[in-house]
Design a binder for this molecule. Structure first.
Ligand code: HEC
Ligand code: HEC
Ligand code: HEC
Ligand code: HEC
Length: 207
C-alpha cells in the first residue's frame, strides 16, 4: 500500500473525529495572509514571526511593532480580579492587527528588499475590534480565584485546554490567546476548545 496515501487517510480521520488529536494548520485559514503583500513568495509565518531580529516583547520571534493606540478597557463594578490599565503581552500582539491601526503587511524584518508595505489595514467588520474594548470580554487580568470564588482554579483552566500567559503583569494572565489559538482554525473562530454547551466559558466560570 502507498504509504503517503495511508498517512493522509489517518490524518483525515483524526481531523474529522473532532480535531482534538492533531491540530489543524494555519494554511488557508483566516490567518493565512499570504498574497497580502505582492512580494511574500507565498510565505505565511512572516506576517507575524521572523527567525532573526524579532521583537520579543509581545510573542515568540514576533515580526511586528507594538501598536501605539490607547485602549478603553472593559470596566464593571462587579470585577474582582486585577486588570491592567492597558492590554499587555499576547493581547497586544493580536491588537497590532485587530485594532486596525497597523497595515497587515507592516513587518519588522522583511524577507527581501522588494517588500514594501501596501498600507492596507484590517477592513471594518466583526474582526476589527478597534481601540474600544469596553464591550469585549476583559483581557490582561490576573486570573486568581481567591479574588472571586465563582471561578475554577488556574491549574484546572490550563488542564481544561485554555491558556494563561505570563506578561509584564506577571503569571496567569487572561489574554486573547486564553480562548483563541491563533494557528488552529479547526474550531471556528480559532477557539482553543468548543463552546458547545458553553464548555469554553465554564472552564473558567462556575455559573
Ligand atoms: C497572525 C499571526 C500569526 C501567524 C501568521 C503565525 N503565528 Fe505563530 N504565534 C502567533 C502568536 C500571537 C503567538 C503567541 C501566542 C500563542 O502561543 O498562542 C505565536 C506563537 C508561536 C509559537 C510558539 C508557541 C507555540 O504555539 O508553539 C510557534 C512555534 C509559532 N507561533 C510558529 C508559527 C509558524 C511556524 C507559523 C507559520 C506556519 C506561524 N506561527 C504563524 C501568531 C502568529
Ligand atoms: C498579522 C495580522 C493579525 C494578527 C497579528 C492577528 N490576526 Fe486575527 N485576523 C487577521 C485577519 C486579516 C483576519 C481575517 C479578517 C477578515 O477576514 O476580515 C483575522 C481573523 C481572526 C479571527 C476570526 C476568525 C474566523 O474564523 O472568523 C479571530 C478569532 C482572530 N483573528 C483572532 C486573533 C487573535 C486572538 C490574535 C492574537 C493571538 C490574532 N487574531 C492576531 C489578522 C491578524
Ligand atoms: C474569554 C474568551 C475570549 C477572549 C479572552 C477573547 N475572545 Fe475573541 N472570541 C471568543 C469567542 C467564544 C468567540 C466566538 C463568539 C461568537 O461566535 O459569537 C470570539 C470571537 C472573536 C472574533 C470573531 C468575530 C466576532 O466578534 O465574533 C475575533 C476577531 C476575536 N474573537 C478576537 C479576539 C481578540 C483580538 C481578543 C483579545 C483582544 C479576544 N478575541 C479575546 C472568546 C474570547
Ligand atoms: C480563561 C478564563 C475565562 C474564560 C474562558 C471566560 N471567562 Fe469570563 N471572565 C474571566 C475572568 C477572570 C473575569 C473577571 C472576573 C472578575 O474580575 O471578577 C471574567 C469576566 C466575565 C464577565 C464580566 C463579569 C463582571 O463582573 O463584569 C462576564 C459576563 C463573563 N466573563 C462571561 C464569560 C463568557 C460568556 C464566557 C464564554 C464565552 C467567558 N466569560 C469565558 C475569565 C474567563
Amino acid at each position: 500500500m502507498n504509504r503517503n496515501w495511508l498517512v493522509s487517510i489517518v490524518a483525515t480521520v483524526a481531523l474529522t473525529a473532532g480535531g482534538s488529536v492533531f491540530a489543524a494548520s494555519i494554511l488557508n485559514s483566516e490567518h493565512d495572509l499570504s498574497g497580502n503583500n505582492a512580494n511574500d513568495n507565498g510565505q505565511i509565518c512572516v506576517y507575524c514571526h521572523t527567525p532573526h531580529s524579532a521583537n520579543q516583547a509581545l510573542a515568540p520571534l514576533w515580526n511586528r511593532n507594538q501598536t501605539t493606540s490607547t485602549f478603553i478597557m472593559y470596566n464593571s463594578p462587579t470585577m474582582d480580579m486585577v486588570q491592567a490599565a492597558q492590554p499587555a503581552g499576547v493581547s497586544l500582539a493580536c491588537l497590532g492587527c485587530h485594532d486596525g491601526t497597523i497595515a497587515l503587511d507592516q513587518i519588522i524584518n522583511t524577507p527581501n528588499a522588494s517588500w514594501t508595505s501596501n498600507g492596507a489595514v484590517m477592513t471594518p467588520g466583526a474582526h476589527l475590534l478597534g481601540t474600544d474594548l469596553s464591550n469585549d470580554h476583559p483581557i490582561s487580568l490576573t486570573y486568581d480565584n481567591a479574588q472571586d470564588t465563582e471561578f475554577n482554579s488556574a491549574s484546572s483552566v490550563v488542564a481544561g485546554g485554555l491558556g494563561l500567559f505570563t506578561s509584564s503583569n506577571g503569571a496567569n494572565q487572561v489574554e486573547c490567546g486564553s480562548c483563541h489559538d491563533v494557528h488552529d482554525p479547526a474550531i471556528v473562530p480559532f477557539l482553543r476548545k468548543s463552546n458547545a454547551n458553553s464548555a469554553l466559558c465554564l472552564t473558567c466560570h462556575i455559573k
